[in-house]
Unconditional design. Structure first.
Length: 297
């Protein structure tokens, strides 16, 4: 057999390996939280959007929820301000909220453009559209005021479902509307993705970020954990092993799984095509958090 033929056979085998996963997830909703370096590197952005387009074209129903923190900070500095954070949350005064809404809208429409250039219909919306995400002002221990930062209290899935039913990929920016004051509020993108996944009871919730997954030892790159049950994840947190930004991410994963999401993945968005590698290969990449009775292929 020629070298070229071996290459084609190898490619065919990759497709065959993906077949049971494609069959399992066809017609199922997934939420992809898109953030980190994959949003700022043009080649990585292309890779992520190609992955999501492929998922859509083989019959899945993806929903993208994106961040834009680095871009917001850049514009705050350009306007003469100084980005401030408390416990990892952006202090969002009125001026910063206006900048955040402007920047996130720009990011949102850029992602829609990328998606449509790959032959997939997409529609960019904010959590304010159709009252999709209602929020209350987030309160910190000790009563410290961080401004217009919202905590999601309710997700109305009507607009999202209407878009999906009409063959669009919803691309959602994490701006919510206040329950009482109807003001715009900035929402942590992880929290927004988790809330939408729970409301939709999606098959998968995926966090794309600048980490490979969950490590038993953050200083040891060989200690990546490929799979955790909810019980194991809770024990991992209780033992103090989840530090920094991993703690709230794992807490979101656990909350989502207990609320009806089938499986949650933490993936490295710096790895080209990490979505496809995790979804459609036996080995996968990153960390999957599952329920104890998970029966996935």
């Amino acid at each position: 057999m020629s070298e070229n033929m071996n290459l084609w056979v190898e490619k065919a085998n990759v497709l065959i390996e993906a077949l049971p996963y494609i069959r399992r997830f066809s017609g199922k909703k997934i939420v992809v939280k898109y953030g980190g370096s994959a949003m700022t590197d043009s080649e990585l952005k292309k890779s992520v959007i190609q992955d999501v387009a492929l998922l859509k074209l083989i019959g899945m129903k993806p929903i993208i929820v994106h961040g834009g923190g680095k871009e917001i900070s850049k514009w705050v500095k350009m306007s003469g301000g100084d980005p401030q954070f408390v416990n990892g949350m952006r202090v969002t005064d009125k001026k910063t909220m206006e900048i955040a809404e402007m920047v996130l809208s720009k990011v949102n429409q850029g992602l829609v453009q990328y998606m449509e250039s790959n032959g997939v219909k997409a529609a960019g919306v904010s959590g304010k559209d159709g009252l999709t995400m209602r929020v209350r002002k987030k309160e910190l221990p000790g009563g410290q005021d961080i401004g217009y930062v919202g905590e999601v209290t309710h997700v109305n899935t009507e607009l999202i479902d209407t878009l999906i039913d009409n063959d669009f990929v919803p691309v959602i920016c994490p701006i919510g509307i206040g329950e009482e004051d109807y003001h715009s509020y900035n929402i942590n993108a992880d929290d927004a993705a988790c809330a939408i996944a729970m409301a939709e009871k999606t098959e998968k919730l995926v966090f794309l970020s600048d980490i490979e997954g969950v490590y038993r030892d953050p200083l040891d790159p060989t200690s990546l954990i490929s799979q955790l049950t909810v019980e194991e994840a809770e024990a991992f947190i209780a033992e103090g092993n989840a530090g920094g930004g991993m703690l709230p991410k794992l807490q979101n994963c656990i909350t989502a799984l207990k609320s009806g999401v089938s499986r949650v993945h933490i993936l490295d968005g710096r790895q080209p095509h990490s979505l496809l590698l995790e979804f459609f290969t036996q080995k996968g990449v990153g960390t999957a958090i599952i329920t104890d009775d998970d029966g996935e292929v």
